[in-house]
Design a protein around this ligand. Sequence first.
Ligand SMILES: Cc1cc2nc3c(=O)[nH]c(=O)nc-3n(C[C@H](O)[C@H](O)[C@H](O)COP(=O)(O)OP(=O)(O)OC[C@H]3O[C@@H](n4cnc5c(N)ncnc54)[C@H](O)[C@@H]3O)c2cc1C
Length: 311
Amino acid sequence: MDERARIYFMSQDIQSLQKQFGKNLILNENLSKYSWFNLGGPAEIFFRPDNKEQLINFLIEVKKRNLSKKIIGAGSNTLIRDQGVKGTIIKLSSKFSFIKLLTNDTLEVGAATLDKKISDFALENSIGNLEFLSCIPGSIGGSIMMNSGCYGTDISEILISIKVLDDMGREKEIKKNEIKFFYRGTSIPENYIILSAVLKGKISIKEEVRKKQEKLIKTKEETQPRRIKTGGSTFKNSINKKAWELIKESGCDKLNIGDAKISEKHCNFFINNGNAKTADIEELINKVKEQVHSKTGVALELEIKIIGDEI
Ligand SMILES: Cc1cc2nc3c(=O)[nH]c(=O)nc-3n(C[C@H](O)[C@H](O)[C@H](O)COP(=O)(O)OP(=O)(O)OC[C@H]3O[C@@H](n4cnc5c(N)ncnc54)[C@H](O)[C@@H]3O)c2cc1C
């Protein structure tokens, strides 16, 4: 659909969508508050479902209209462009945040549940192996898509299965052995929406789980910056070297574009130091990529996801 036709169609159609979805659908919602960078323009249509049925109905309407759609979780790995996002952004409401104990060592969690909450719940129930989740500031839905991890563990090691909706709103269960996991990614199609997941830990002694969780949190605090506007690690580590080592070696660690800066504590963390725009962060990313490539020959790959329209 060309741009004028799209805008005309949207304005005609929007009222019926709003009627159908009421307060759960917001037009031109500013997305900066949904990203850890605290950056980004508006979403044409922002949808926050309260339950699965509502989400299914919305997906059917989106499909009918051939609108683009993207889901965000806690926004801790996502940089949103200044121009915002055409089409729809979906963010699961807090109703998708829940934790159920299925057996002594197995949990069912809603996709919007924060990783830290899951780790704390596991601790309370003396379940080990989920301590690393306390160091990841995302939701479990985003973390599964990213195969997030730290300190030698990642999601693939604790996942049993997920429930998803496809583009048509059809629900499927996907078992772990049907998913390929790689470093900070999976084979789960990007258009799927994860609704919930089953995770398995290991029955343990509560005090040991507590000690491990505390140790990981302490290590994280000592090595990575806190309370800053960032998306965590900007680039993936390369096969032979960590991304931060390549950035430092190439003399990029002190670069900045206005208020788009690089953390002094961890030079793979890029920061909005107050008044940066997404365009500044992207320019800094590109500058670092070029300089690292020309000095070391390594082509850094982005770990963070960038969404929205380019200028
Ligand atoms: C300070 C800081 C420290 C961090 N430390 C780590 C670390 O140690 N290890 C690590 O791996 N990462 C780390 N990260 C990155 C980030 O926290 C993880 O990638 C996290 O798992 C992303 O989850 P999210 O909910 O914020 O995802 P988002 O950033 O919202 O989204 C990430 C991706 O997941 C998709 N997605 C989100 N929810 C769903 C869903 N329900 N269904 C389908 N797709 C979905 C999005 O479309 C997007 O492609 C860090 C980030 C910060 C800011």
